[in-house]
Design a protein around this ligand. Sequence first.
Ligand SMILES: *[C@@H]1O[C@H](CO)[C@@H](O)[C@H](O)[C@H]1NC(C)=O
Ligand SMILES: *[C@@H]1O[C@H](CO)[C@@H](O)[C@H](O)[C@H]1NC(C)=O
Ligand SMILES: *[C@@H]1O[C@H](CO)[C@@H](O)[C@H](O)[C@H]1NC(C)=O
Ligand SMILES: *[C@@H]1O[C@H](CO)[C@@H](O)[C@H](O)[C@H]1NC(C)=O
Length: 503
Amino acid sequence: MVNTNPLLVALGSSVIHAATTKLRGNSGIQWGKCDIETQGLPVECARLPVPLDYSNGSSAETLDLALIRYPAQNGPSQGTILLNFGGPGQDGLNNMISYAPIQGPWDPRGTGQTLRFACFEPEAAGLVLANELPDESPEVRQRVWDQAGYIAGNCTERLGETGDLVGMAFTARDMFRIVDALGEDGKLRYWGISGGTTLGATAAALFPDRIDKVILDGVMNSHQYYHSIGETEALISSDDTLVGFIRACFDNPKKCPLTAVANSSDDALKAIVGAFEELKTEPLLIPAENADPVPITYSIANSLTLSTLYRPNSYQFLASILTAVIQKDTDALVAAFSGLGSPSAIPQQAQAIMGIRCGDKIPREDKLSDIEVVEQQFHETSKYFPGFGAGYYLYACAQWSFKAKERYEGDFRVKTSSPLLFIGNTYDPITPLASARNMSAGFEGSVVLHHDGFGHTSIAQRSNCTNEAIAKYFADGTLPKKGTVCAPNQPLFANDEEIVATK
Ligand SMILES: *[C@@H]1O[C@H](CO)[C@@H](O)[C@H](O)[C@H]1NC(C)=O
Ligand SMILES: *[C@@H]1O[C@H](CO)[C@@H](O)[C@H](O)[C@H]1NC(C)=O
Ligand SMILES: *[C@@H]1O[C@H](CO)[C@@H](O)[C@H](O)[C@H]1NC(C)=O
Ligand SMILES: *[C@@H]1O[C@H](CO)[C@@H](O)[C@H](O)[C@H]1NC(C)=O
């Protein structure tokens, strides 16, 4: 819990206004009731019209941003903090409801209710892009490439008019419209996680003189976001995270289901990797009531593993799943996978991620053979997860046909009016500490806080030390000393239940 008494504003967005709507400028914001489920939280909502197209100064067309705020709970507000939940493409309003007590978010362009980026029906039959990894087999690789091409085509067809209005640079400009409308000191206070770190870095690079306090937590390499077809650095700590998770499991053997299938963490790693390899040719068939068995393929097991490494709270669940996969215990897997349903659709959120990310990316490749070099780089970066994200980022973005109307094309060497705080975890499977260091190097005076924990962003594994550093920075701008390392409150598996019986 951060105790700085901030007022948190999350952005949501909505529909495109009629062309006749005149921009009201700094007219303030009328806060009122929210029309989404707020679970009893003391949040308030508002709409703020912003220019639809910042690159067309003569157009009066506007877009209504949907805002949500969580008022200061521990005393008078010391200024509003804007939040972004990452992705890019995460829905702000609804995320705000789940994070509000600890943080507080908003719906940027392309997501939630704002200029929602959707090019095909979620239930579009046979689209397996989000569920297949190209390293499963050459056939899968070709299929993922072809589907990514369809999707890029469908998105152009359906979003030809508005698709290029979505992207980090316009969203950064939207944030400063909010800052203006708040009528405070005209400076940005912002907390961005994951994809929200590229938004924060872009905002700070575009408006360096308007920065008050900006925290970027779970940092992406924004150079690669704009300039590389494949964002390889994202996976630079993924293997270490898997290994670290297995070691932590064996450090608490009574709570570690993997002890049933291996005598040491090294053996467990070998068994997991071996089981993944076997799944490439022989998927496990999970019995389903009144339906065909559900195959657990390499792609499903591998991507479930990496995405569960985001959340230390689920590490014991992950250890049980991996144990059952190694034992080929399909009964044990039934329960675990029953909630997953049959994978066949790309969630809307993934469409927004593609729309924002692909439009922002500068390079393109139109043949599968042209991206072999990048695929090789992924294999060199991560032995265990070389295909993660390749499907709908790499393959779709390579074939994407429109580009954001405005992109930040600079080098992120910036002197901001106040220094930024970066936070990176030792074992973050997707936004590594290395990227926090990389981005901090360009922002004069900024500091990297090293959160010595697991999972995606510092929120994943609580640390009073990290929380205090965040609170102090937001309260009076004090940065932690260079080289500060914060330990989590509790080691992994500490609070998990002991395994009562194993096979
Ligand atoms: C859109 O997707 C469908 C398959 O879902 C495909 O048949 C069609 O050719 C695609 N359209 C474009 C323009 O790519
Ligand atoms: C663990 O070691 C014991 C004794 O060497 C051996 O009998 C057993 O098979 C090993 N278990 C596994 C899962 O490798
Ligand atoms: C940051 O990452 C980019 C892209 O990988 C690289 O070109 C650049 O040299 C890195 N900068 C630093 C300071 O490490
Ligand atoms: C973290 O802070 C909470 C609340 O102030 C406190 O109860 C807890 O003991 C602290 N934990 C550690 C490990 O310092």
